[in-house]
Design a protein around this ligand. Structure first.
Ligand code: 3HC
Length: 316
């Protein structure tokens, strides 16, 4: 047995014994790379995820709704920075990650490439998109990489507020005028299927899942989490008096799960290839925000440089 294999075996036994891997621990290079890939994409999703909602900050129907949406968007920015920091513990460089996103090279969640034509989309995003994110992120609280698992604990607490504020918007619309009810149903129709795609391809077509499950990066598979989300969300739609846009959706008393129709995977792969309705618009907005933030980065770097020169001077 080569030294490398025994290290790999020892690593696998350590993970199997439910230990957390910390930044200074030995880890297989592929483990590190997989985590940098997943955590950086997660961080990009949080940052790009602000854009569809920011569009409605100035159009919110009341001050209360505006404040709640503002708080949510601010949380997402913090989640992005948190996740970039977690990726940095694995040796990823912050600016490299940012440049990969700005250039269009990096992936972020497909869900953020859809338009938000009505206020009801703010409700559907909080309810469905953050609801799906919570299903995934609660699972990630038990991921084998320590800093990622710990980041998820704080993020999940804030996501539940995001989901509640979204569902509350849907409750008021669903109980409002016929026009408002229609807005809520139209938003559910727009966001249902793209939310199911958030969990990734089916397990049999997921190139990363098997190894990620073995290393306990993933504790549940894409399909398991998708099913969990469907089973939890269908009764919530029924409570709203809205119908899920899936004619094949039906409860299976035997399996105690909802069966659902076929997901449009061509749309999914199209969107992640960059051909979604808003991919280009999202990247233009992200690049513009980055350019507009140049002066803040310059000022922060100048201040940090001044501070370190002062410390050197004091130490001399
Ligand atoms: N959008 C874009 N790309 C996706 C995707 C999606 N919804 N689902 C899968 N992919 C990509 C994967 O990144 C992978 O591509 P890559 O190998 O080039 O990186 C490929 O499709 C195959 O998918 P796999 O299932 O094999 O990939 P993973 O094992 O990485 O599983 C995942 C995909 C379940 C999304 C996993 O990466 C994960 O759990 N990521 C962390 C959670 C996350 O990123 N959530 C995104 C939403 S965050 C959010 O919504 C914020 C909230 O505040 C609103």
């Amino acid at each position: 047995m080569t030294k490398e294999t025994s290290l790999e075996d020892r690593f696998q036994h350590y993970v199997d014994a439910e230990n957390k891997i910390e930044p200074k621990d030995w880890m297989p290079e592929k483990y590190r790379k997989t985590l940098i890939r997943q955590i950086s994409q997660h961080g990009h999703s949080e940052v790009v995820g602000m854009l569809p909602e920011a569009n409605w900050l100035t159009r919110a129907p009341s001050l209360r709704r505006k404040v709640a949406l503002l708080a949510k968007v601010q949380d997402e920015a913090g989640h992005g920075l948190y996740l970039y920091s977690a990726a940095e513990t694995l040796g990823a460089d912050r600016m490299d990650m940012v440049k990969d996103l700005l250039s269009g090279k990096a992936k972020y969640s497909s869900i953020f490439n859809y338009p938000t034509p009505s206020w009801a989309d703010m409700g559907a995003i909080g309810w469905l998109v953050d609801g799906a994110a919570i299903a995934n992120q609660v699972m990630l609280c038990r991921t084998s990489y320590g800093p990622y698992a710990r980041a998820m604990v704080k993020i999940c607490k804030e996501e539940s507020f995001h989901q509640r504020q979204g569902y509350e918007i849907m409750i008021s619309l669903a109980n409002g005028t016929p026009t408002q009810r229609k807005m809520a149903q139209d938003a559910l129709n727009r966001w249902w299927w793209p939310s199911l795609m958030m969990f990734g391809p089916t397990d049999d077509l997921s190139p990363n899942s098997a190894q990620s499950m073995k290393w306990k990066i993933k504790r549940k598979s894409n399909d398991e989490l998708r099913q969990e989300f469907i089973d939890k969300t269908v009764p919530q739609a029924e409570y709203l008096g809205l119908s899920i846009p899936d004619k094949d959706l039906k409860w299976n008393e035997e399996t105690k799960h909802y069966e659902h129709g076929e997901i449009e995977w061509t749309e999914f792969y199209d969107v992640i290839k960059g051909n979604g309705k808003c991919n280009k618009q999202r990247l233009i907005a992200r690049n513009k925000a980055h350019d507009n933030g140049e002066w803040i980065r310059e000022a922060a770097n100048a201040y940090a440089k001044k501070q370190s020169e002062r410390k050197k001077h004091q130490a001399a």
